[in-house]
Design a protein around this ligand. Structure first.
Ligand code: SAM
Length: 258
């Protein structure tokens, strides 16, 4: 009985604390987020502050410090924060020249190749690679595509594979006709392509990431742009350790400069 009242009192105090809102200094969240994901908000503190304030208010969390305390014991909340703070902009056939280069390499490999897309965001890049390979006459039994992203919403949307006009803007009418079903103003990817990509929610910096396997070709485009110099190098080393052939260049985005 005594402990019941103690618990009730503790909850009441916590609720009171949450009412005393303090959304001023977001730096501790920035440090935490960079440590966990690599993503830095160094030059975008006000954007971060707005996003995290909205995140906290929506969940009735009274301060950034309280948020960090809760996240320690609440992995769902942590994932929600990651989903809210990562940017998943992508589209089919982005930087298509690299995909063309990959197709050439796969065609001369004369063996089944393993391809990694890290990060994939909502799936347009790995599905685009699958489509380009099929278009070039590569048999689906000749390649295996694994795609990962830290953002679980993005991965769920990738698995659904339903896209808007702007996501397919670089695809020709023939490709759209062959690989999508149009439903009102949406483009639904056919199961024959969906089945060619295995998606997972994964953090590149998670120690378990290395167990993902080894790959003939690795795409890692437009993620390093969110990292500082030191973290870019760390990410590059992790990705390089996943290559089957240490001489094979990784496909980074043109803006991912080191
Ligand atoms: C702009 S998207 C790039 C998608 C695609 N590669 C492209 O170039 O269009 C960047 C993605 O990096 C993901 N990301 C950021 N940090 C990550 C990490 N530590 N591990 C895995 N993915 C991460 C984000 O969730 C986001 O979906």
């Amino acid at each position: 009985m005594f402990s019941f009242f103690r618990k009730k009192e503790a909850f009441a105090n916590e609720a009171k604390e949450d009412l005393a809102q303090d959304y001023n200094d977001v730096r501790a969240v920035a440090v935490y987020f960079k440590d966990e994901t690599g993503v830095t908000f160094d030059k975008q503190e006000s954007i971060l502050k707005n996003k995290v304030t909205t995140f906290c208010k929506h969940r009735k969390i009274g301060s950034f410090i309280k948020l960090l305390e809760k996240i320690k014991y609440n992995s769902e909340l942590k994932q929600e924060l990651i989903d809210a703070l990562t940017t998943n902009e992508t589209f089919f056939y982005r930087e298509f020249k690299q995909i063309e280069e990959l197709v050439k390499l796969v065609k001369i490999a004369h063996k089944k190749v393993d391809i990694l897309c890290a990060p994939s965001a909502t799936g347009e890049e790995p599905y685009g690679i699958a489509i380009a390979l099929l278009e070039a006459g590569v048999a689906q039994s000749s390649f295996c595509i694994t795609a990962i992203d830290i953002n679980s919403d993005a991965i769920n949307r990738a698995k659904e594979a339903i896209y808007k006009e702007r996501n397919v803007r670089n695809l020709s009418a023939q490709i759209i006709e062959r690989y999508f079903t149009k439903k009102e103003n949406l483009y639904v990817l056919k199961d024959s392509v969906k089945s060619l990509v295995a998606f997972r929610t994964l953090n590149l910096f998670d120690p378990s990431f290395a167990a993902i396997g080894k790959f003939d070709f690795i795409f890692s485009r437009n993620m390093l742009i969110y990292f500082d110099k030191e973290t870019k190098l760390k990410a590059k080393n992790i990705l390089e350790s996943l290559r089957k052939d240490p001489n094979q260049e990784i496909f980074f985005g043109h803006a991912d400069l080191f």
